[in-house]
Ligand binder design. Structure first.
Ligand code: PLP
Length: 234
């Protein structure tokens, strides 16, 4: 029998973190989907993840992702775009990805809607929300969320699934939790307004316990699964 690979050791570690947090905060692990964030890792890393049963893959850069899709075309994977989406890349994203989690402008939503191939199912989308007081690296400000959500639900080739956020990094569990509680409250407001949303995409390698505590249904995990990203040492 083969020794456990570094990947399978990391995955086992990650699963035990998730189940400990679920136990502590009264969550059912089956309600939580793991998205394997493979940016800057090679296609072989995705292959290893798929062999271990992970089929949701997240990528930030379009060209990089397309290369890996072509190299893993034999696998049954669901690709999520989680990076900043420029309008000149919407067509290829509409054609090659099933999810976009980083939607934050109606103009991009309309382009994806128009460019989604007719033979494909509607695109699953999350609105990315900026949880900081200043608009920064992406995400709609909470004050603009309800309008954007309404505009997206009027587009029949998009299916609004929920919200995503990348809070500023903090080592303080309570601070992490405050950000995620805010995102959950924003989701609850939309649901109270009549939208059907099933996804709260929040929590990464460093803050997934706090996200689980606040109701995350999708964790986007890179480093804790694949190790440090090659390249910039991040
Ligand atoms: C890179 C990235 C992640 C994964 O981050 P890790 O800290 O490596 O787990 C999750 N979400 C988004 C949007 C990312 O860009």
């Amino acid at each position: 029998m083969q020794n456990m690979t570094r990947f399978s050791l990391r995955l086992a570690d990650l699963r035990s973190r998730i189940s400990a947090a679920c136990h502590e905060f009264g969550r059912n692990p089956e309600e939580i989907t793991l998205l394997a964030v493979s940016k800057r890792h090679p296609a072989d890393a995705i292959r290893e993840a798929a062999a271990a049963g992970l089929h949701y893959v997240g990528e930030n850069f379009v060209q990089e992702a397309i290369g890996k899709m072509d190299q893993t075309a034999d696998l049954d994977l669901v690709w999520h775009f989680i990076g900043h989406l420029q309008s000149n890349k919407t067509r290829i994203v509409a054609e090659r990805f099933q999810w976009v989690q980083s939607l934050d402008r109606v103009r991009i939503a309309r382009r994806l809607n128009a460019q989604r191939p007719f033979h494909a199912p509607p695109m699953d989308v999350c609105i990315q929300v900026c949880l900081e007081s200043e608009p920064g690296k992406g995400g709609v400000m909470p004050s603009g969320l309800a309008t954007l959500a309404k505009e997206i639900t009027e587009l029949d080739r998009l299916r609004l699934r929920g919200l995503m956020a990348i809070p500023p990094p903090s080592d303080d569990f309570e601070v992490q939790r405050d950000y995620f509680r805010h995102l959950r409250a924003l989701r609850d407001d939309l649901v109270a307004g009549g939208l059907q949303l099933d996804t709260l995409s929040m929590g990464m390698s460093a803050d997934l316990e706090a996200a689980i505590a606040e109701g995350a249904t999708m964790l986007r995990v890179g480093t804790a699964l694949f190790g440090p990203r090659p390249g910039t040492g991040a």
